[in-house]
Design a protein around this ligand. Sequence first.
Ligand SMILES: Nc1ncnc2c1ncn2[C@@H]1O[C@H](COP(=O)(O)OP(=O)(O)OP(=O)(O)O)[C@@H](O)[C@H]1O
Ligand SMILES: [Mg+2]
Length: 271
Amino acid sequence: MTPDPIIQTHNLRKIYGMGDIQVNALDGVDVRINQGEFVAVMGPSGSGKSTLMNIIGCLDRPTEGRYFLDGEAVSELDKAQLALIRNRQIGFIFQSYNLLARTSALRNVMLPLIYQRNGNLPNSEREEKALAALEAVGLADRAHHVPTELSGGQQQRVAIARALVNDPVLILGDEPTGNLDTKTGAEIMVLLHELHDRGRTLVMVTHEAYIAEQTQRTIVLRDGKIEMDNHNGSRQGASVSFDASDRVDDGYRESNADGVTESGGAGDRSS
Ligand SMILES: Nc1ncnc2c1ncn2[C@@H]1O[C@H](COP(=O)(O)OP(=O)(O)OP(=O)(O)O)[C@@H](O)[C@H]1O
Ligand SMILES: [Mg+2]
């Protein structure tokens, strides 16, 4: 049986600057990523990696082409609809963590649940889910610390917990280990591998070949096109069968329900 695609794009294009100078940030990208895959996206600076991730992550819309997320044609949706899809389906991890600075780890992780429109969870239940997500990343004992009281690796783990709390179908990372030293980056990779082993679908941008090699498949972009799409050695293969009850609770998105955040996502809007 062919696994279901979580991501399917057809001739995706993104053109920036409609004036004299146009940049074809994405120039016809066709990609299919199946449930349970762990994929690395590589390529030189400016090749379109973040642009692709932002479209896949419903933070931005393509200029042309179609994108199906878990079977739904999301390229046809407006920004408000995209925000809802993003909140429900996607956990995004950024290079610079994007946590609210004066807000506790627990509260940061709760944000996607607070922005959730339907579902209206009671606060106690939000807290419970957020704590469970923090526990899953080994940070339950830091729940009441603010980001400045945490190390870079710990902050990224909070961001991962936030990316998990809504139980998304897809976890995306735009250089999630990019700001971390090698050892801390390796710890984050262990976490991402655990999520993958539990059946999650993960796509992450990295500049590091040794990190890409740990995934199942590497997609290389150049000038907005897919230059290479290879399976990586031994980790290639079967998606783990997946029991929904097994999923860690997760989420991200401090984006407001009515707007898509700027490219790169949620800024620091601490109160
Ligand atoms: N908001 C924008 N307006 C205009 N041009 C943009 C915008 N965002 C990206 N670009 C351009 O689109 C191209 C692709 O950018 P993108 O950020 O996707 O590259 P990248 O592969 O993520 O690079 P890096 O490795 O440096 O992060 C670049 O030429 C960039 O200058
Ligand atoms: Mg980038």
